[in-house]
Design a protein around this ligand. Structure first.
Ligand code: 4HQ
Length: 232
């Protein structure tokens, strides 16, 4: 993934937290571009209206299909290979496996809903939905940022890409082994001897065991005999 277009009624939220740290550096270095577009720019009425009441009644507003699909069609016409994804709690769950898959795409278009949701016809035409977890946000923008943050650190030239190239199965799944820095003794608590031994093969083995043990204890669902779900 080198290019991300985001469609939102709050484009000013971007880059936001994506401007800092690893992703911020990737943006600065041009390894990645994130461009937020204002959904209102795709309206054609004087009031730039993006939402309307729901047929059948009920509380809240619904994002109208016309501006949303005008934008999506324009992105697809400009790049037929662009992968267009709506952020939605009904979507496929974002896992590290999905993150790796998305990192292999050249161009993502992330569509952020607001209000009660998106008109069903627009939703169908977009075709793909992704959820960052089983909870309800008030807009898709933070979800889109989570997707970009997770994907960007796998891009060639970033730290995460180095990690995923090595066979550090557990660290790549987020289960870091215990980490220590100086001092060697902190308030009477020592750094494990093996880490100070200089014996690299043993250190590797210890880290692997620790990570796997943490995972087994905390997330047994992620441990499959000899492999890890969402790991390498
Ligand atoms: N949304 N993962 C946007 C989410 C969500 C999620 C609810 C999407 C509100 C307007 N998005 N609508 N969980 O909660 O991606």
């Amino acid at each position: 993934m080198t290019r991300v277009d985001v469609l939102s009624i709050f484009p000013e939220l971007f880059p936001g937290p994506l401007g800092a740290g690893v992703v911020g550096r990737a943006l600065e270095r041009g390894l990645l571009s994130v461009q937020a577009h204002d959904l209102r720019d795709f309206t054609d009425d004087r009031h730039r209206q993006v939402d309307d009441t729901a047929f059948g009644g009920g509380p809240g507003m619904v994002l109208k299909p016309e501006p949303l699909l005008r934008a999506v069609r324009q992105f697809r016409a400009a790049d037929p290979s662009a992968r267009v994804i709506l952020l939605s709690p009904q979507g496929r769950r974002l896992t590290q496996e999905v993150v790796r898959e998305l990192a292999g795409e050249a161009h993502l278009v992330l569509v952020c809903g607001r209000y009660q949701g998106v008109d069903e016809r627009a939703r169908e035409e977009i075709g793909e939905e992704l959820s960052i977890g089983d909870y309800v946000l008030s807009g898709g923008e933070l979800a889109a940022m989570v997707v970009v943050e997770a994907v960007a650190r796998l891009l060639p030239g970033t730290l995460g890409s180095q990690e995923s190239l090595s066979d550090e199965t557990f660290t790549e799944s987020g289960f870091e082994p215990p980490l220590y820095t100086r001092p060697a003794v902190f308030e009477g608590r020592e750094v494990p001897e093996v880490l100070r031994s200089g014996h690299h093969a043993e250190i590797e083995r210890w880290r692997r065991e620790q990570s796997r043990e943490q995972m087994r204890r905390r997330r047994p669902d992620m441990v499959r005999d000899g492999a890890t779900a969402g790991g390498v």
